[in-house]
Design a protein around this ligand. Structure first.
Ligand code: 5GP
Length: 108
């Protein structure tokens, strides 16, 4: 079954996109845990980090870090969390691989 992230990739659903190329798309989370919370999603489908191809995982992490550094600079904070939930038991809700980048909050 098609996930919401597949619909965003295919432009059948809206999202506030901050970066996109042939291999990945990054967009702001609809329910942010902190200002600037965004998701980085590979365009080739995999369920999560248990099954993603290693080369796709490494590329995803590389882009996530690059975008995280830009976002924290923009927000003027010094840190971020990088989270990947794998399977429902680990709080995965959308079953298309994604990395969360959650910038630190000001004054914390
Ligand atoms: P998970 O728990 O699967 O790692 O996280 C899924 C994330 O996707 C959640 O933080 C949730 O807020 C976000 N999300 C779910 N549906 C949508 C949507 O339609 N648009 C956007 N931008 N984010 C979504």
């Amino acid at each position: 079954m098609e996930t919401i992230f597949q619909q965003i990739i295919d432009k059948k659903a809206d999202a506030k996109i901050l970066f996109e190329n042939k291999r990945v798309i990054a967009f702001y989370d609809i329910n942010p845990k902190a200002p600037g919370h965004f998701l980085v999603v590979p365009k080739v489908y995999s369920r999560n980090f248990k099954t993603i191809k290693e080369k796709d995982m490494l590329y995803l992490i590389k882009i996530a870090r690059k975008l995280a550094l830009k976002e924290i600079k923009k927000l003027n904070v010094d840190g971020f969390r990088l989270i990947v939930n794998n399977e429902a038991s680990a709080k995965q809700v959308v079953f298309h691989t994604h990395v969360h980048i959650i910038p630190s909050e000001k004054g914390m």
